[in-house]
Design a protein around this ligand. Structure first.
Ligand SMILES: Nc1ncnc2c1ncn2[C@@H]1O[C@H](COP(=O)(O)OP(=O)(O)OP(=O)(O)O)[C@@H](O)[C@H]1O
Length: 334
């Protein structure tokens, strides 16, 4: 399914648009007035039984609890981590399941657009300023070429932006985080072999996500004959940043290298000479470990296709809420 950016219907005059970026862990809400996003709040999904409950709590938190209160949004645009194929949405890494029309009615909205979260991130790319992204390695974007987007968070989101006529773009809604993870070294093969003992299918998401970072750490520890400690993704990253645990260091190194492999695969598949954007909550937290990692090397090292990939720039998205920029685009604000 694709979202066409072209029809830029004006926002409902005088009433903001309720926007939400619902991941497997965090639900980020805000209100868009024209180009401005305001009253942003981050709620933990686990604290709410349903998407309506979280949205209702948000509206109460910003003083808009009462239906009909002045300033209450009449339209909504939500980005969700999971496939959007019809009125019923089941999220991939969360128990929330909902009907778009029922949520629209429950929140008293006249219209509600729901798109995949990485479709929203892809739609944000034309709106990103230079300070909203950090380039990793060399290369320069080719004007009017396809752009690729991927991002590890609770899961691994993947999308692409395809140029059309008259400066119009189409954002892809695939499930590319679930492609099969391929190894590029004996050590990676051993890790994936170890993970196959636990997972029927070792997808990219099984290693390139918060839980994936823990999976890498666990597999590496086990391969070296050490029982892994019960660590959270943040603890694995923190131990790697401090250098206090060699298996955490190796897990983060392998995470960055495998992300390069998957980013290069995506760039080859889409012909993404407009650049590859890495979004999601995890990579910005890895700081210089990512900058100095084997990400870019693994991105480019595709044998005879090295010369195709070397000019393709890779960026980390540093904007805190890129999905909101994309939702503004999808909702047709200016
Ligand atoms: N410092 C850290 N280092 C590494 N991983 C972290 C860190 N802090 C949180 N995480 C992990 O990041 C993941 C959440 O990522 P993100 O903030 O992008 O959430 P999300 O938007 O809910 O995810 P998604 O959209 O992929 O479902 C969780 O798995 C969490 O454990």
């Amino acid at each position: 399914m694709a979202v066409d950016l072209a029809p830029a219907a004006p926002g409902t005059a005088g009433s903001p648009i309720l926007v939400a970026d619902i991941g497997g862990t965090n639900a980020r809400f805000g209100l868009i007035d024209g180009r401005v996003v305001r009253d942003t709040r981050v709620l933990r999904c686990a604290d709410y039984a349903s998407i309506e409950d979280a949205a209702t709590a948000y509206l109460a938190a910003v003083g808009l609890a009462a239906a009909g209160s002045p300033g209450r949004p009449r339209r909504g645009a939500f980005a969700v981590a999971g496939p959007v194929t019809g009125d019923t949405i089941a999220m991939t890494n969360l128990v929330w399941q909902f009907s778009v029309s029922r949520v629209r009615d429950a929140l008293g909205l006249e219209g509600l657009v729901v798109i995949n979260d990485f479709t929203a991130v892809a739609l944000s790319v034309p709106r990103l300023a230079d300070e909203d992204r950090r380039q990793i390695g060399d290369g320069a974007p080719q004007a009017g070429a396809v752009v690729a987007v991927l991002g590890p968070g609770s899961g691994l989101g993947v999308s692409g932006l395809v140029p059309g006529a008259n400066g119009r773009w189409t954002a892809l809604s695939g499930e590319g985080g679930h492609v099969t993870m391929a190894p590029t070294s004996d050590r990676e093969s051993a890790v994936l072999g170890q993970l196959r003992k636990s997972f029927e299918h070792v997808s990219a998401e099984r290693v390139l996500s918060g839980p994936g970072l823990v999976n890498l750490y666990g597999a590496l520890s086990t391969l070296d004959g050490r029982g892994p400690a019960a660590l959270t993704p943040a603890q694995v990253a923190d131990n790697a940043l401090s250098g206090s645990d060699p298996h955490c260091v190796e897990a983060v190194e392998m995470f960055c290298a495998m992300l390069g492999t998957v980013a290069g695969n995506l760039a080859l598949t889409l012909g993404a000479r407009g650049g590859v954007y890495v979004a999601g909550g995890i990579v910005p937290k890895l700081g210089t470990l990512f900058t100095h990692s084997r990400f870019r090397m693994h991105f480019m090292e595709k044998g005879r296709m090295r010369d195709f990939l070397a000019p393709v720039p890779t960026y980390v998205v540093t904007h805190e809420l890129p999905a909101f920029l994309g939702l503004a685009e999808a909702a047709g604000t200016e």
